[in-house]
Write a new protein. Structure first.
Ligand code: HEM
Length: 273
């Protein structure tokens, strides 16, 4: 990364003058984030960290989400069939991927519900950290019933566990631990009850991209394969916390297109950390 940073600083060194700037832009004819950053941030270390701040959150997160979707679908197989029916009803030519528009992908509610329910039950972003830059009082969360204010002194780090918000029975009901995509048919939750991408000014800028990529890949897979099977003798999700929340055991599944000998459906997997 440092080599790229130095090159970008060199190439943009006279970016205030037009010669090198136009060389940078002409060479690829694309908007290159690094070059745009380098025009404003001249300190190599700051520039490196600004760049890492974009790359790190993208590393593995969408892949972890997709893996978690396959994990859930292999254990709740009727949703695979439902998604497949939706996918096959679309006028889609696999030889012409652009026959699926952005708005069509966005409109596929069964897909959105499966992705949302996976983000809720096994979301890749498990922990959010914030450090108080000044003495701060949070309006709620303190006292025996959690309704009193909480004082957070300057420098103290607060960790919010999205897993707990997404499994809170007061918000999601007694079946909060179950994988039930149909719960989304009642419409979206309040903004701060479902926070897989967080919210506010630091909300994940890639959430549309993630939803579209996940929908597209899932759509291609359910079109291709008639069924999915779990091939892991451990039913529960055993969590591995890295950049994203991943399955420690990987995702062992089989996919096929003729009727298999199916293991009987089992109930929703518990999560063990
Ligand atoms: C399933 C996939 C993803 C999930 C669940 C997710 C979730 C999140 C969350 C919760 C945050 C806020 C973190 C915080 O403020 O502490 C965040 C920030 C961010 N995400 Fe994502 N993300 C995903 C994929 C991606 C991808 C693919 C990219 C880039 C292509 C990306 C780029 C970013 C960036 C740049 C930030 C920092 C924004 C800022 O600090 O203002 N994310 N993401």
């Amino acid at each position: 990364m440092d080599a790229r940073v130095h090159r970008a600083l060199e190439l943009t060194s006279t970016s205030i003058g037009s010669k090198v700037e136009s060389h940078v832009e002409d060479s690829s004819n694309r908007y290159v984030l690094l070059y745009e950053l380098a025009k404003e941030i001249r300190d190599p270390v700051s520039l490196r960290f600004e760049l890492i701040n974009v790359f790190l959150p993208s590393r593995d997160t969408t892949a972890a989400l997709l893996s978690n979707i396959f994990f859930q679908l292999a254990r709740h197989r009727k949703y695979w069939t439902q998604l497949r029916e939706t996918a096959l009803s679309l006028p889609f030519d696999p030889a012409e991927p652009s026959s699926l528009s952005f708005s069509t992908l966005k409109s596929l509610l069964p897909f959105r519900h499966v992705i949302y329910e996976t983000l809720r039950t096994l979301g890749p972003a498990g922990r959010i950290f914030r450090t108080a830059r000044r003495d701060t009082t949070l309006p709620r969360g303190g006292g025996p019933d959690g309704r009193a204010p909480v004082f957070v002194p300057r420098g103290v780090t607060v960790c919010s566990l999205t897993y707990h918000i997404h499994h809170d029975k007061d918000i999601w009901g007694t079946d909060a631990d179950e994988f039930l995509p149909e719960r989304w048919e009642q419409g979206p939750k309040n903004a701060w009850q479902f926070v897989p991408f967080l919210g506010g000014p630091r909300i994940c800028p890639a959430q549309q991209q993630v939803m579209i990529q996940a929908t597209y890949l899932l759509l291609r897979m359910v079109r291709e394969f008639e069924w999915i099977q779990n091939r892991d003798e451990v039913w529960e999700y055993v969590e591995l916390q890295r950049m994203a929340v991943e399955s420690r055991r990987g995702v062992k599944i089989a996919l096929g297109s003729t009727s298999p000998v199916c293991p009987s459906e089992q109930s929703s997997p518990a999560v063990s950390s």
